[in-house]
Design a protein around this ligand. Sequence first.
Ligand code: DHB
Length: 323
Amino acid sequence: MNLSTSISHLKFKSCICNASGPKCSLLEELQNLDNSVSCAVITKTSTLEKREGNPQPRYYDNLLGSINSMGLPNQGHNYYIKHSEKINKPYIISMTGFSLDELITVLTNIIISKTNFNKKIDGIEINLSCPNIIGKGQIAYDFKELDNYLKEICFIYSNLLERFNEKPILGIKLPPYFEIHHFETAGEIISKYPIDFITCINSIGNALLVDIKNESTVIKPKGGIGGLGGSYVKPTGLSNVRNFYLQFKKRNRDIKIIGCGGIETGKDAFEYILCGADLLQIGTQFYKEDVGCFNRILKELTEVMKYKKYNNIDEFKGKLKTI
Ligand code: DHB
C-alpha cells in the first residue's frame, strides 16, 4: 500500500501530518512530531515577534470538536528558522503578519535564511485566516486584500528565489467559504498566482459554545467567541476542498489541496481525498490524542483502501461521484 504524496518537488512519505495550531510551538513539540509518523512538521503560525497570546482559558473541547481563541501565541519567526536544522522530515513554517508590510518582512527573513544561510525550510504556509485577533478581520474574506497580499507575496517569493532550484513550497491557509460565488471569486484570484498549495479549512471563525451548567462561555477571550474545529466543521471542510478542487481543475491549474477540518478516522481521511485533497492535516484530534493519531488514522485509511482495492491515493483522489 502506497500512501505517499507530493507537492511540487517535495515528497511526503505519507499523506497525514499535523495542522498548524496545537502542540507545535516549542522545539520539544516539533521534535515530538519529528519522531512520530506525521509525514511533515508544521509550526504554529509565527509572527515577527514572540507573542503570549490571549488570556486563559482559551481552548475547550468536547466530543464534537473544539473552540479556541489562542491569539497566536508563538516564539517569534526567528525561533522557527533557528531550529529548522533539528527537524529531519519536511519542515513547513506557518507564518503571518499584522499588516502586509509585517508579513513581507517575516516572509523575506524566512526566505533569506534559506537562500543565504541554507536553513532547512521545505515549505511556507501563509496563514490568511486567523479568526482570533481582536479588532482584525480575516484577510482571505476580503477578496481585494487577498489579491493584493498574493501579488506582493508572490513578487517577493519569485524575486528572492529566482535562481534557487529547490524552492520551499509556498501555500496559503484559507478560512471556510460558504457561498458558491465566493469559491468562484477566490478560485479565480488564487489561480492567477504561482502558489503550490492551499490549505482548507482553518477553523470556522467566531463561533460560540455554551457551558449549560454554569450558564457561561467556555473560553475567556472575545466574550467567549472563537474558532470552531473538529467534527462540527467536517462537512464544511469537505465542501471547501471539493469546490476548490473543481475551481483549479476548471482553470487547468495544478494547485495542490491540503484538507483540514474534523479528520478523526481513516474514513474521514478517505472522504477528504475523494473530494480532492492531496495531503491531510490533523488539528483537534492531534490535540486530544497526541501523535498516536497519525499512526491510527493511517492504519484505518489503509484498511478502507484495502477493502476498496486501491493501492495508492491517486487512484481515488478527486473522484467523488455525484448522484
Ligand atoms: C490562531 C487560530 C487560528 O485558527 C489560526 O489560523 C491561527 C492562529 C490562534 O488564535 O492562535
